[in-house]
Write a protein that binds this ligand. Structure first.
Ligand code: SDN
Length: 140
């Protein structure tokens, strides 16, 4: 394979690392930290039929609302990103499509696969750091 085929190998590793940090923030319910990985004007749609959240503050409000249901139904969620395919644009924007497996484990039970998703991201760089400008999650 010519080197051009992996011209963005470093960027690919950086995106993977960004995703790992993002999902560990979400799964640890560090919702402010997770919201901080989006731009101020970001859009985030994660559930079919639910209006996407807009702006970082709106995303944080939405995540707190979605997580309220876990108060009555304690479970540990794990969002596992796989099959990451990135498409960097000349202007530095990165379109990224990947799979997200959403696993949940309730007290006394084994893990369950509860969602099989395709994630459509647009990533940008702010002050040298990757951030989501948009994320749209499709459920299989
Ligand atoms: O951040 C994500 C999410 C996510 O936050 C989700 C939420 O609830 C909050 C990245 C990639 C995938 C997802 C998927 C979901 C699923 C969604 C609703 C549900 O749990 O069914």
């Amino acid at each position: 394979m010519t080197s051009s085929a992996y011209a963005h190998a470093d960027l690919y590793a950086e995106v993977q690392h960004f995703y790992a940090r993002q999902m560990q923030l979400l799964d640890a319910r560090k919702l402010e930290g997770y919201a901080d990985t989006f731009t101020e004007d970001a859009e985030f749609g994660h559930t079919p039929g639910r209006e996407p959240a807009r702006t970082r503050a709106g995303i944080l409000r939405d995540l707190h609302e979605v997580h309220k249901r876990f108060d009555e139904d304690p479970q540990q969620r794990r969002h596992v990103f796989t099959m990451v395919d990135i498409d960097p644009d000349a202007d530095g924007t990165i379109r990224s499509t990947c799979y997200a497996l959403v696993l949940t484990t309730r007290p006394g039970s084994g893990p369950e696969l509860v969602r099989n998703c395709v994630v459509h991201d647009v990533l940008v760089r702010e002050e040298g750091e990757l951030r989501n400008r948009s994320r749209h999650v499709e459920h299989d």
